[in-house]
Design a binder for this molecule. Sequence first.
Ligand SMILES: [Fe+2]
Ligand SMILES: [Fe+2]
Length: 166
Amino acid sequence: MTPDDAVRSALCTHMGREFTAHFQYLAMSAWLEDEGLPEMAGFFARQAAEEHMHGMKFFRFVIDTGGPVRIPAIDAPRAEFESVEVLVSAALAQEEQVTAWIDELVHLARDHRDLATETFLQWFVTEQVEEVSTMNELLQVVRHAGPSLLLVEDYIVRRQPATPAA
Ligand SMILES: [Fe+2]
Ligand SMILES: [Fe+2]
């Protein structure tokens, strides 16, 4: 069974949210680069790349199930943060919001008896558990570190070997 119009439209809306998350994490990465925190900047650039990949999964799924793909307008991301803690709190809030949206999509797919979409979304249900957990841990580390943000830089190196921030 292929998605009906309401489900397709919701999938395209959510594709836009994943691309919004992509831009938001890129903006966070840029802010962190500017603050002289290259490991955190790299972490957020990697998160940004993941969000792009998430958006592309929706793009591909909508095409594979007959389309049409409609890419929504993407708002400019927040570019200024009062502190690293504020930035990571905003990232955690974003992940929690995305989790709620994915849950809504699963319920919509169920309501429409759309097993293909429900199965497609299972990957995202699992992924969001990981994403929220990762961001929650980073926020705790930032709070423990207080003003010693180089400890956060070390934590990221230990947790995830660095790759250049694109
Ligand atoms: Fe995502
Ligand atoms: Fe995410």
